[in-house]
Design a protein around this ligand. Sequence first.
Ligand code: SAH
Ligand code: SF4
Length: 427
Amino acid sequence: MSEPQTISVSATISPATTAGLVEKTPLERYQPPAKPSLVGLSRAQLTEALASIGVPASQRKMRVQQIWHWLYVRGARRFDAMTSISKDLRATLDQHFTLARPEVVAEQISADGTRKWLLRLPGEQSLERPHEIECVYIPEADRGTLCLSSQVGCTLACSFCHTGTQRLVRNLAPGEIVGQIMVARDRLDDWLAAAQRGTEIPAASTAVGAGGNGGQRVISNIVMMGMGEPLYNFEAVRDALLIAADGDGIAISKRRITLSTSGVVPNIARAGAEIGCMLAVSLHAVHDELRNELVPLNRKYPIKELLDTCRNYPGLSNARRITFEYVMLKGVNDSLGDAKALVKLLKGIPAKINLIPFNPWPGTRYECSDWERIEQFSEIIFNAGYASPVRTPRGRDILAACGQLKSASERLSARERIALRAMAMTD
Ligand code: SAH
Ligand code: SF4
């Protein structure tokens, strides 16, 4: 990933300038606060943090285990709450670290129970206006899914995606990704103590988490489908998801964690090997010509190369299929011929096909396919032997549905507007 850059010319970028973009360069870097949060540190990093404040080597493993439990099973927000740790150590921890999560700026609850949180993250410069990202919780009868963001904005610029029009890009740090889970569990009262009290959350799922708490878990599944392209922030996403899956902490099974990518081919195999989560691929078109237009990254990694990589995804089997996402765009990719071609294209890959009704946003040139067409399309796929659930749009009234996530960061500061000039293709 290239270094962030700033140049000193003030101007805005016209849509014509951005139209040919394959990738944008992150313009900002995460700057850790003077007093860092322990949220999002791996066990090894936590061990180092304890060493740095003088915890003897012989105690570190036990202390890491204790802090991990307080953080990720109990949801402690203050060191004071960590009653199994000596008072002196709690005070020392408090002097050097925090347990901070991203700041919640707003919470919206949709009529269908979907919740969206607007979270504030610091900008690169301390005096600069902070960035905002969104995180969405979707309750269903048998599960509760949390949709996480991986970037402020997105490295890519898919033509049908609102997030893609946001020009500022910053990769999130692992603590900011894990922090979204922490915030959601705080707001949904989804920690061990709540499970012991038998607290009922309205519209909550009855799904039982994979963790050892035996209680009811409100958040049972995670999808990396919010703002950003997770495979352009690979290490941070990997480290965060490994924390989410850790059996002594948040303990969401890797089979309940799905990473969605627009097709960053070199990192797909890495996701399988180093994270071991489920994979979703945003396909959206069956020919390169159209996919180049919808998902410009296709010019770098065309359909054949993408599907060959999918065929070799570690752990792929009929029990662990890849989900192919296909957004339904009226008159663009929704002919019945497209449906037949899609089935042919995916032959031999253990797959699910997820049809997503296009979620419109202000200024888009696309429309959602007619419902009748979506049903016909779905039927062709179903008859070919694929489950083809149509993803019900959720939270439309609070702009929380797929591709509508675009934070207020778009209201650009002067500095950001200047920085836009530095936006460049990295390939
Ligand atoms: N960057 C990743 C993950 C985030 S987008 C990716 O592209 O896969 C999550 C899903 O929402 C993707 O399948 C994406 O193509 C889809 N999406 C984006 N904009 C949409 C819109 N306006 N309507 C419906 N789905 C959209
Ligand atoms: Fe980025 Fe995904 Fe939107 Fe494409 S669809 S711009 S990859 S968030």
